[in-house]
Design a protein around this ligand. Sequence first.
Ligand code: OKP
Ligand code: ZN
Length: 353
Amino acid sequence: MHTFLNPLHGAHVGRHEMFRGRLVDSHESPARVEHVLSEWRRRPLGELREPAMSDDELMPALRAVHEPRYLDFLRSAWDDWVALDPANAAIDALPSVWPLPNRHGFRQDGWPENIAARLGQFAFDSGTPLTAGSWVAARAGAACALSAAQAVLGGDRCAFALTRPPGHHAGPGFYGGYCFLNNAAIAAQALRDGGHARVAVLDVDYHHGNGTQTVFYERADVLTLSIHGDPRTEYPFFLGHADERGAGAGEGFNRNWPLPRGTGLAPWCAAFDEALQAVADFGATALVVPLGLDTFEGDPISGFKLRSADYAGIGAALASLKLPTVITFEGGYAVAEVGINTVNLLEGFERAA
Ligand code: OKP
Ligand code: ZN
């Protein structure tokens, strides 16, 4: 299994995020990927590649998942933020005002020009710092996910996109949860466009993959599955319930397994086994796994109780599906252990493959 490392991930460094009314240090740091990389170097599993990609090749894949006006916003948001006030160059861009849908006075045709308002037009939280390097880093990360999908289309059994910022909270026209471009969705769409008839996305991050769910919600060709903390108490709160099953042509092609805080390996695996069965029943020809390691018992912002050794078994179970597989790196904030947990899973997959 080759690893597609984002060489520009360090361009995105969030300084602070809003949490319950306070600005706090961001949990999503470059050290996360550096720890995975150093553990991977101790236990390498194939080649380490640092893909570079032209806009000509990359942009169509981004446009297949994200709205043009959202991509335009992302590319220029930092410059617009600094143009608003030169002093903004020293501060991360965070929204502080949002449109509410379905309220008198909210106009779909009356979008504001002020960047402070446009941040709220596209972001669903105030916990996702947009920085000088966010676009550059997210763009290069999407290129890693696309390269991983291309490797799998070329015959590789599995490919790992090692990148940050993560992606699974980013939707067609929205960002949040530290995510700007949905790397897993971009890989899934690339697999579809490369000839796979049915692609399954099995999200094992602690947080519901609300972005990925939204991208594919009305489609029957991409099955989206997510196992996560119950949105009644856990971020991202407004999506991820068990009764969200897809809509229109996509009815029946989305499934969620919300689990309570404190969930340990056995009940987590019961949900995981159902999800694996759903992938098999769907007749998937390829698999994408948004891999969050924030299900770990030591994670500072999450509530499940998985242990480091458990990840090898999860990797082996994923491999048992016998599908061409793209794995994208998502959450995991216990920085000292995130490398061990990640490589445990990859090694478990590789040994069982
Ligand atoms: C992104 B991913 C922490 C509050 C929670 C959002 C968490 C985003 C998780 N101060 N902030 O799914 O791991
Ligand atoms: Zn997460």
